[in-house]
Design a binder for this molecule. Sequence first.
Ligand SMILES: Cc1cccc2c(=O)nc(N)[nH]c12
Ligand SMILES: [Zn+2]
Length: 382
Amino acid sequence: KSGGMTQNIQPQRFSFSLNATDGKARTGVISTPRGEIRTPAFMPVGTAATVKAMMPESVRATGADILLGNTYHLMLRPTAERIANLGGLHKFMNWERPILTDSGGFQVMSLSELRKLTEKGVTFRSHVDGSKHELTPERSMEIQKLLGSDIVMCFDECPALPADRGRIAESMRLSMRWAARSKEAFGDRPGYALFGIQQGGLERDFREESAEALKEIGFDGYALGGLAVGEGQEAMFDTLDFAPDMLPTDKPRYLMGVGKPDDIVGAVKRGIDMMDCVLPSRSGRTGQAWTRRGQVNIKNARHADDPRPLDEHCTCPACRNYSRAYLHHVFRSHEIISSMLLTWHNLHYFQEIMQGMRDAIAGGRFAAWEKEFHDTRALGDI
Ligand SMILES: Cc1cccc2c(=O)nc(N)[nH]c12
Ligand SMILES: [Zn+2]
């Protein structure tokens, strides 16, 4: 034994290693200077520098290796410059593990008013105070650098659906020009990653053109954008039956904005490595619990006298220490703990699904795991 200090040498690089595949499903590890990300990974959304109703240590306790922040929200309030002056987003929100930030374009189109889209970028008025702002690929890269996020997303445009093929092609080609400008502006930042975002709607030829354009530019990871925007699960899965295969095998594939538990399982089955969604946290705040036997609306009167836990197999604090009757009561009384407990449970359950899939893929038994997953959900709540 050397006796010397065994330092915790963090890799100064961003790298992805694939450990096993089972059909199209994959499991591996993304190594970053701020820690490892086990894939397939679910990323809780921390829009305004907080995963709502959760302390960061609680988010970690659910099993999350990485969380999401949003360029759009943070540039408006408290501003990226203020966060940078305070030491960056990790320090600001007390989460020292990896953070991925979305690039802002998608949120502008869905949240702001008086938007103006040009080749240069987007000008808009803040939904917070009506102030005028501009986002371009260059400004988005600058903001994400000020935040210090480990995985930076290209600045893209996601067409509102329904859209005709002409609109989808035009929007995708703009996003590809913006991807090149994003890469140029991002520069060379060892330890930080830039992900390209494939667009092209549900169209195989446009998805192919987009994938080719992104590979030509070259990225550390590749996201599939333009899905989970109202097309429905069947159309999304039909697209996922071909789109991920167009992307490099040796880089992470990130499906943005997905989804319900069965969306997540279907996406991993089709070769997706990373996902994010507000569903578990947002629905937790409305009393909507996600369990292995389906959805449970805890506000429903049927739970008022029920001494059982939400999910008897779940090891989260809500299921270990509280009854359905208690959860029902605190929701009906609008107590703050109601959001805390159900958000924790939902995030814990989503991470349990991810861990189950990682183990199943590593063991070559994904099909059996998927069957068990669907059969149990079909039982419905008891
Ligand atoms: C968050 C999200 C959901 C769904 C789609 C998208 C998209 O196409 N592009 C970006 N940047 N973000 C998205
Ligand atoms: Zn639970």
